[in-house]
Design a protein around this ligand. Sequence first.
Ligand code: PMT
Length: 396
Amino acid sequence: MELHGKRIALGVTGGIAAYKAAELVRQLIREGASVQVAMTDAATRFVTPVTFQALSGRPVFTDQWDARIGNNMAHIDLSREADALLVAPASADFLARIAHGLADDLLSTLVLARDCPLLVAPAMNRQMWENPATQRNIATLRGDGIAILGPGCGDQACGESGLGRMLEPDELVAALIAHFQPKLLAGCRLLLTAGPTFEAIDPVRGITNLSSGRMGYAIARAAREAGAEVTLVSGPVALPCPPGVTRIAVTSAQQMREAVLQRAGENDVFVGVAAVADYRPASPATRKIKKDGGAPSPIELVANPDILAEVAALPVPPLCVGFAAESHDLHDYAEKKRRAKKIPLIVGNLISDGFGGDDNTLILFDDEGQHPLPTAPKIELARRLVARIATLLEKR
Ligand code: PMT
């Protein structure tokens, strides 16, 4: 329920993507938002107001002169009752009209009269999107502080393929959730590692661990939502990259080290969430190791570099945050790791809580003591960790 209590005014304009706005309403409501739909006349040609009324549980407004609003001020009332106005899909024509301040129907008047943030999700044919007139309008809207969500790239209803698809409902919901997060890390650059590493034994086998990447990806998303420029160096996981985050995919600890050290100097914060293999096979076989009937040959291991300790030892290190996953004596081991790696903040979790799964339980250890974060979804814990990082950055 990440939009609990939020009041969203949803404007729907005329385009085939209007059918996806119906699913968008469902998802917004599932996240705890209340949704008030307003449609342009053209939008009602694609989906009827009855559909949106049934899904939102509220009457839908299409007409500036709607007699249901006593004072005939629907454009004012609807905006004053909203925490954000999202127009999805936003057609090329509608974007052009609001870029020029036109107010010739209910939705454009609502946009002009609003006193809440406006987000628009363009949806149109790729040539219409690329047209210099549309691009001029988009630049104008951006300059006016309006958030432009997308468009996405792919197959279009007209049979062509390219930029111009409306973002999917789940992407729009994620963008709205991000919109409401406090921008605690605005202007900050944050680098982090996530997931496991894979240390090759031969071309098909290796040493790895059960890290799913979920904790690290949640922190990447939370930091991005908080306004940071985020670079995520990720071991092999099966997760999509959070929107707006730059991902660098690596496999081994040595590749992870190289990717991190290349960038650490340009970042304000480094968070080591990855479960990096401590050892790797000294000489991985170049060809598949075959069973030859005798006793298996032992695998000689060598130590991997400690990426976090190396970053913390840079002449001007970023604010370094480590993680410690332990099966027992979490407090002792986490504090020992914090001191050994000379970092200001370490985040402790039990292996039984942290690996895999959507929830976790954390304890933050820093110079001011211990800060337990009770069991919660990883994204919620990530937002609280981001808040602590922002506080430590302020004190630096
Ligand atoms: O990915 P999930 O399934 O969501 O699980 C999340 C997690 C449990 C993996 C995560 O929350 C976590 O605890 N990660 C750290 C795992 C760990 O115990 O690491 P460590 O004790 O080996 O290392 C301590 C710190 O040094 C970590 O920040 C680690 O990234 C870093 N390190 C370790 C070894 C190494 N060679 N280089 C490093 O940078």
